[in-house]
Design a binder for this molecule. Structure first.
Ligand code: URA
Length: 441
C-alpha cells in the first residue's frame, strides 16, 4: 500500500477502505508517514469529506494507536462529559463536584487550553499544590474514595490524535465534522467510561459556527459512541457569547466556587443542570432529567456539592484554603474598566473575540510551550439582552503585564455590540441528540 495512492483516492472524492485508514494512522503514529503527506490527506478529507463508515474506522484506528483505560475497578456506571471547546467554559469544575455529590463516579481526563479556548487543567492549577498527574492506581482509588478525580491525559491515550490534532491546528483542517468527531470520540472511547455526555458548542466562539453543522457533528459522534457500545448523548449549546461572566483561569475557578455555593450565573447554572441531569440519567442515579435536576439543585442548596469540591481539592493535593478564601488565588495587579459610551441593550458579545482578548492578556497559550498567566483574563459585567446606560462598566480587563494589555480595550469594546433590544430571546440549549434521533428545542 502507498500513501500516495490513498491521498489520490481521497483527492478524487472516493471512499477509503478500512485497511487504507489503518495504514495511514499506523504509519503516521509510528513516524513512517511524513507530515507533508498526512497534511495532504487531511486537506483532501476536509474538502471531499468522509462518510459515516470511514469516520468510524478513523476513530477506531486512533483508539488502537495507544492504550485504553480499564475503569472496571471503579464501582458503578462510569460517565464522562466532553465539551467541543468554548470560551468561559468552566463546566467541569462545577459539574464534577455536583454529580459526585449525587453519588455518581466522575473519572475525567481533561486537557489544557489551546487557541482562544480554555482548558480545565490550567484552571485547576490556580489552586496551590493541586496535582493532575496520577498513576492509574491512584486515579482509580481516588474515584472510588471521593467519586471524583480530574487528571491529565496520559501520553499513551490516542497518540495518533495528539499528533494529528497538532497538524490540523496548523493546516486549517480543524473544523471538519469527521475529523472533530473522530478526534473527540477516540479519546472518550479510550478513556474507558460506560456512558458519554457531549456538550456540542455552536456559535462565534465554537468550532461549529452554524446550527445545522453542530447537529450533524452531534449525530456523527452519538453514532460512533453507540456503535462501540457506549451510550452517548449530545446536548447542543450556545457559544455565541462566553459562558458566565469570567474568562480566564483563577477567575473561572472563583465563578465555579460561587456556583457551588448557590451564586452562579444563570446561563452557566442552567448548562450545568442540563448536562448534569443527563449524566445522572445515564449513570442510573436519576429516573429522568427532571428528577436529576432536583437532585443537583439539592446538593447545591444543602452544601454537599461545595463540600465535595473541598474533598476533591484535598484528595488531589491542593490547598483547600484557596477554596475557602478565594482572595488567595492568583490575582492580577491591574484592573481596567471598559465603559459603555451609549445607552441601549447588549445585542451580542462575540465569544471568539473575547477568548482572543483573554489570550492576549496572558490567560491562554499562543503555542503549546507558552506559559500562561493564571490571574489574567476578562470579567464581563453585562450579558446579551442586558440593558446598559452610557458610562456603565461593560467588562473588566485583568492583567499583570501592561504590554499585553495594549489595544485590548478597543478590541474588547468592538466585540460587545450595543443597540436596540433583540427581537428574539437568546437560546442556551438548542437540542439533544441521542440514539432515538434529534430533538430540536
Ligand atoms: N476537541 C477535540 O478534542 N478535537 C477536535 O478536533 C476539536 C475539539
Amino acid at each position: 500500500m502507498r500513501m500516495y495512492d490513498i491521498i489520490q483516492k481521497k483527492r478524487d472524492g472516493k471512499e477509503l477502505s478500512t485497511e487504507e485508514i489503518n495504514f495511514f494512522i499506523n504509519g503516521y503514529s509510528k513516524g513512517e508517514i511524513p507530515d507533508y503527506q498526512a497534511s495532504a490527506l487531511l486537506m483532501a478529507i476536509y474538502l471531499k469529506k468522509m462518510n459515516k463508515r470511514e469516520t468510524v474506522d478513523l476513530t477506531n484506528a486512533m483508539v488502537n494507536s495507544g492504550e485504553t483505560v480499564d475503569l472496571s475497578l471503579i464501582e458503578g456506571i462510569k460517565v464522562d462529559k466532553h465539551s467541543t471547546g468554548g470560551v468561559g467554559d468552566k463546566v467541569t469544575l462545577a459539574l464534577g463536584p455536583m454529580v459526585a455529590a449525587c453519588g455518581l463516579p466522575f473519572a475525567k481526563m481533561s486537557g489544557r487550553g489551546l487557541g482562544h479556548t480554555g482548558g480545565t487543567l490550567d484552571k485547576l492549577e490556580s489552586i496551590k499544590g493541586l496535582r493532575t498527574e496520577f498513576s492509574r492506581e491512584e486515579f482509580i482509588s481516588t474515584v472510588n474514595k471521593v467519586k471524583l478525580c480530574i487528571c491529565s491525559q496520559t501520553a499513551n491515550i490516542t497518540p495518533a490524535d495528539k499528533k494529528l490534532y497538532a497538524l490540523r491546528d496548523v493546516t486549517a483542517t480543524v473544523d471538519n465534522i469527521s475529523l472533530i468527531a473522530s478526534s473527540v470520540m477516540s479519546k472518550k472511547i479510550a478513556a474507558g467510561s460506560n456512558a458519554i455526555v457531549l456538550d456540542v458548542k455552536v456559535g462565534s466562539g465554537a468550532f461549529m459556527k452554524e446550527l445545522d453543522d453542530a447537529f450533524l457533528l452531534a449525530e456523527e459522534m452519538v453514532g460512533i459512541g453507540n456503535s462501540v457500545g457506549r451510550e452517548t448523548v449530545a446536548i447542543i449549546s450556545n457559544m455565541d457569547e462566553p459562558l458566565g461572566y469570567a474568562v480566564g483561569n483563577s477567575i473561572e475557578v472563583i465563578e465555579a466556587i460561587n456556583t457551588l455555593q448557590g451564586n452562579g450565573p444563570e446561563d452557566f447554572v442552567e448548562l450545568c443542570l442540563t448536562l448534569g441531569s443527563m449524566l445522572l440519567v445515564l449513570g442510573k442515579k436519576a429516573e429522568n432529567m427532571n428528577y436529576g435536576r432536583e437532585m443537583l439543585v439539592q446538593v447545591i442548596d444543602n452544601g454537599s456539592a461545595y463540600n465535595k469540591l473541598l474533598e476533591f481539592v484535598e484528595a488531589q493535593g491542593g490547598d483547600v484554603n484557596y477554596i475557602r478564601n478565594t482572595e488567595l488565588l492568583p490575582k492580577a495587579s491591574n484592573k481596567f474598566e471598559i465603559l459603555s459610551d451609549c445607552d441601549g441593550y447588549i445585542k451580542s458579545i462575540d465569544a471568539e473575540e473575547i477568548g482572543k482578548c483573554a489570550l492576549a492578556l496572558g490567560a491562554g497559550r499562543e503555542t503549546k510551550e507558552s506559559n500562561i498567566d493564571l490571574a489574567a483574563g476578562i470579567i464581563l459585567n453585562k450579558k446579551v439582552d442586558d440593558k446598559v446606560n452610557k458610562g456603565d462598566v461593560l467588562a473588566y480587563l485583568l492583567y499583570n503585564d501592561p504590554d499585553k494589555a495594549k489595544g485590548i480595550d478597543t478590541k474588547l469594546k468592538n466585540a460587545i455590540k450595543i443597540g436596540d433590544k433583540n427581537k428574539e430571546k437568546k437560546k442556551l440549549i438548542y437540542g439533544i441528540v441521542d440514539s432515538d434521533g434529534v430533538k430540536r428545542m
